[in-house]
Design a protein around this ligand. Structure first.
Ligand code: FES
Length: 119
């Protein structure tokens, strides 16, 4: 499947928890909202829309390595995207890489152009 690395030009940080050492924000990339979570020095990227009912995950919070949706409190593993037991859902996670030119996110062609999903 075709893929493309796109530089993340800006992140709007929405929540920072100094005591637990994380920040949650949002970035709009090619018109799509992506939730960005910084834990310590590590950045993670997941879909912003909660798979349960569309909650805004960038307004959620972290409990250990789980991202919590602010609407019905479903929990998602930040590294794997897997929902907690019994939820039966998962998040799309995106690979990130840091270079001298910035932070890049890897998208597939179907993400870049939703009309390509059937190809
Ligand atoms: S919308 Fe996220 S848990 Fe329901």
């Amino acid at each position: 499947m075709a893929e493309k690395w796109i530089r993340i030009d800006s992140i709007e940080w929405i929540k920072t928890d100094v005591a637990q050492n994380y920040s949650i924000g949002i970035s709009i990339i090619n018109g799509r909202k992506v939730c960005i979570v910084k834990t310590g020095e590590e950045l993670h990227a997941v879909q912003n829309s909660c798979p349960h009912a569309g909650g805004n995950l960038s307004h959620g919070w972290m409990e250990e390595n789980m991202l919590i949706c602010p609407i019905h409190r479903h929990k998602y593993n930040l590294l794997t995207g897997r929902g907690a037991e019994q939820q039966g859902d998962c998040l799309k996670t995106y690979e990130l890489k840091q270079t001298d030119e910035g932070v890049f996110i890897k998208f597939t062609r179907s993400f870049l152009n939703p009309f390509n999903w059937f190809k």
